[in-house]
Design a protein around this ligand. Structure first.
Ligand SMILES: C[S@@+](CC[C@H](N)C(=O)[O-])C[C@H]1O[C@@H](n2cnc3c(N)ncnc32)[C@H](O)[C@@H]1O
Length: 385
């Protein structure tokens, strides 16, 4: 019998919702709807595996299992205890809980999460006189509670730990970019995935590796050792392997060059290590070089995030002024995108941005800006990418 499609919620960062919805539609999701920092959709178990493996701009995928109203803690606990948790957990399995609340009654998410834990433990104690243990770090099942006013939704977290942990990063320098944000920026920029790509301040190489995975259409989470669903009671390993193989078969050939630079030798070493972990050593080349002294070939697509003030000897405004001068002199006929939270000093670049997009990097509000750096008429450089 064919399994019914069910609702799921893919969580993401502010500003990446449309991109995630596009990714979901391309993968074949049904009923795709944009929410606040999330996208809801429908699919079956196989699709849930496929989405976890392939989505580049998703932090986690939740599978709702119960929705009910609760007006106080007692009612919430009772309703959690009434759910048949033996469908999802055995007493010898481990679990963890999480919660987010947007309610005048339930104001503390940690306390709400504790109630979920108590409710599950009570269910097992009442029925089996024994209860499964809690493992906050490496649980077999993570149960998430979301409360909006009085509406409570319990979901299973099919991803386990966050999907930005791709499995290719063994080392990072100061302020590495979140992988989900890096992939989101590349997709938001509209890079045609044909032209050469360059990150002149590559740090630990996140943007370069995400770009290579996108250009070659490699399932972004192929290097992960674990997902949440693979310790669920209904895990279908054969189906997962089938989905993994068919996702890998969609690899495409990218003929461009992906290059990076950083003036910090240690960063270049770490980037190389991470590139090797992602099996991309043939595809990405990095050099220890100074942005201010490097000339870039015309028609290269450039995307980077400058430092946030650490290790800069100049003042921030002088730094951005110098960045602007280097772009004008050494990046001619290139489309350059950069992200920064330093919105005031960004003006010192002295080039008019062709596009500005607001995104969040953790709690920092950032501006992601495009500069078309060209010689001669705008017309001549149009439609390059
Ligand atoms: C915010 S970090 C980039 C993080 C990176 N996107 C990642 O995911 O790890 C900024 C990087 O710019 C580098 N940097 C600063 N000034 C530079 C310069 N003049 N030339 C090249 N790299 C520079 C720093 O060494 C640092 O690694």
């Amino acid at each position: 019998m064919k399994e019914e499609n069910f609702y799921m919620l893919a969580k993401t960062m502010y500003g990446l919702e449309e991109i995630l919805a596009d990714e979901l539609r391309t993968l074949g999701a049904q009923n795709v709807k944009i929410q606040n920092r999330a996208v809801s959709f429908k699919g079956d178990t196989g699709f849930m595996y496929k989405a976890n493996l392939n989505l580049r701009t998703c932090l986690r995928i939740l599978k709702p299992i119960a929705t009910f109203q609760a007006h106080n803690e007692k009612e919430l606990l009772e309703k959690i205890t009434k759910i048949d948790w033996s469908k999802f957990l055995d007493v010898n399995m481990t679990f963890s809980t999480s919660a987010t609340t947007n309610s005048e009654v339930f104001t503390h998410s940690k306390y709400a999460s504790l109630l979920v834990k108590d409710g599950i433990a009570d269910f097992f104690r009442n029925k089996y006189d024994k209860r499964p243990n809690v493992d906050p770090k490496n649980a077999d099942l993570t149960v998430d509670l979301h409360i909006a006013k009085h509406t409570c939704t319990l979901s299973l977290d099919s991803s386990g730990y966050s999907l930005h942990k791709r499995g290719y990063k063994s080392n990072t320098v100061v302020a590495p970019m979140n992988e989900v944000l890096a992939a989101g920026l590349i997709l938001l920029s509209g890079w045609n995935q044909v032209s050469d790509f360059h990150d002149p301040m590559c740090g630990s190489g996140t943007i370069l590796i995400e770009a290579a995975l996108i250009a070659n259409n490699i399932p972004v989470n192929i290097f992960r050792e674990k997902f949440g669903f693979d310790s669920w009671k209904d895990y279908d390993e054969e189906l997962f392997e089938l989905i993994r193989d068919s996702s890998l078969n969609k690899e495409k050939e990218y003929k461009g060059k992906i290059t990076g630079g950083d003036n910090f030798q240690k960063a270049v070493r770490m980037t190389r290590e991470n590139i090797e972990n992602a099996l991309m050593f043939e595809n990405i080349k990095v050099k220890n070089e100074d942005f201010f002294e490097t000339k870039i070939s015309p028609n290269t697509f450039v995307l980077f995030n400058p430092p946030y003030g650490e290790r800069i000897e100049l003042g921030m405004n002088e730094f951005y002024e110098k960045v602007g001068n280097s772009l004008k002199n050494n990046y001619q006929d290139c489309d350059v995108w950069l992200i920064s939270s330093d919105i005031e000093n960004l003006k010192m670049i002295g080039l008019k941005p062709n596009k500005k997009i607001k995104v969040m990097n953790g709690k920092l509000e950032c501006s992601f800006r495009k500069f078309e750096v060209y010689q001669g008429s705008k017309k001549a450089s149009k439609n390059k990418y």
